[in-house]
Write a protein of this length. Structure first.
Length: 421
């Protein structure tokens, strides 16, 4: 591989007004500066240098990069607060990336803002708005190959989200049962289809008190790309005059995944009437965690779906299965593994190999592709879900030509093993 990637400098500063101390003060503003670059003679930059990097690494070409960050987190908060203390807090994040070298395009601009958000918290509830680097699902967020439905592979875009960022105990269960919930609305700005939106929500539960060694997690996330207009939709049976519905009535239908009441009307065609409105993607997640004195183990599975057959588990075993080992023993001068992640991804079932329009579950789910949204489950050319399902421009001409008629993701039946350390 004729590629050299170098981080030339990394500076991390914490600003502590009025005093100097080695531990950041609660609520302090932290700054970071990174300088780096990549030199290559290959036609495409290495997969693992750009996967799960929120699109800050160009797909092609040597480049130099400058990255500036500024962040304020919440102050640490105990489980119970005196009544006289405020349960309100705030924070923000700003992370800017400037790349020099490759030609700037709408999908790979020279200046990017993966983080540009503000957040406020009152008690257990958080509201934030803006661009924010995040993933959705149960698993190891640090070393994962990429969560199946919502990974850190594409550039973040503006969202407003109301959520509980931490698990909230249900009082009468004495912390045996806890939950996390979130609801969001996003804008897929500067996309190939103009004026499209994102609906997103999640709900997760936990069984096990915080001090227990064993805990069980389960829940799901649900994302819908909806609305928008494009010239390629004009004159087709997929949209009304090139526009996809943005009415509040239809929004309520896609939130609950309900078929619209009419087969077609002046807002949408029979394509939406028979297939539900919007491009739906999500995952059912389960996880088991064991917390020992010196080791922590996490076993998880994300079962992916993008239509009713996936929701009905007709596509088992498709999804991501992972095992995370975390070494919690005191640090010693000898070699050891601090963290290991083993994952297995399969997307080959897809509710069967053939499409039968007369069947209840029609089969051939064709993950991440969509007839109305011709670049499918992507944003600015990057896959929003697992990076192992690659968009057509990333594939070699041989593979791209072999699967010439299968949309933006021609090779979406994959099996992958992954080990991260």
């Amino acid at each position: 591989m004729r590629t050299l990637y170098l981080i030339a400098a990394l500076i991390f500063l914490t600003i502590l007004p009025g005093r100097t101390q080695s531990v950041p003060a609660p609520g302090a503003i932290r700054y970071s500066v990174e300088l780096g670059g990549l030199a290559t003679a290959d036609p495409q930059n290495p997969f693992w240098l750009r996967a799960n990097q929120y699109n800050v690494v160009p797909v092609r070409g040597a480049f130099g990069t400058v990255r500036l960050g500024m962040q304020r987190d919440y102050k640490p908060r105990p489980d119970s607060l005196p009544k006289r203390k405020s349960r309100f807090d705030w924070g923000f994040g700003l992370y800017a990336v400037a790349n020099a070298g490759p030609s700037s395009t709408s999908d790979n601009p020279a200046v990017l803002l993966p983080d540009a958000y503000v957040k406020i918290r009152f008690g257990v509830i958080e509201l934030y708005g803006g661009n924010r680097r995040e993933v959705a699902g149960l698993g190891d967020t640090l070393l994962t190959s990429g969560f199946v439905a919502w990974s850190g592979n594409a550039m973040p875009f503006p969202k407003i989200q109301l959520q509980t960022p931490d698990y909230v105990p249900i009082g009468f269960t004495k912390k045996l049962l806890s939950f996390r919930v979130g609801y969001a609305h996003g804008w897929l700005i500067d996309s190939y289809i103009q004026g499209s939106y994102l609906h997103q929500k999640y709900l997760y539960g936990r069984i096990g008190k915080p001090h227990w060694r064993f805990q069980f997690y389960g829940g799901l996330n649900h994302q819908v790309q909806w609305g928008g207009h494009a010239d390629y939709l004009v004159g087709t049976p997929l949209a009304v005059d090139g526009h996809l519905s943005t009415s509040f009535q239809d929004y309520l239908s896609l939130v609950i995944g309900h078929y619209p009441d009419a087969l077609e009307n002046n807002r949408f065609t029979d394509f939406d009437g028979t297939n539900r409105l919007g491009n739906h993607v999500g995952s059912y997640d389960i996880a088991f965690e064991w917390k020992g004195d010196k080791q922590n183990w996490l076993l998880y599975h994300q079962h992916m779906y993008d239509d009713a057959s996936g929701l009905a588990l007709q596509n088992v075993p498709d999804g991501l299965t992972g095992l995370r080992f975390l070494n919690r023993s005191p640090a010693r001068p000898k070699f050891r593994f601090q963290r290991l992640v083993l994952e297995w991804l399969t997307t080959t079932d897809q509710s069967g190999p053939t499409f039968d329009p007369t069947a209840r579950y029609q089969g051939a789910d064709n993950y991440f592709n969509h007839s109305q949204y011709i670049q499918g489950w992507s944003y600015r050319g990057r896959t929003l879900g697992t990076p192992f399902i690659m968009p057509r421009p990333d594939l070699t001409p041989t593979i791209s030509n072999e699967y010439g008629g299968n949309g933006f993701y021609p090779n979406n039946r994959v099996v992958a093993w992954y080990l991260g350390q």
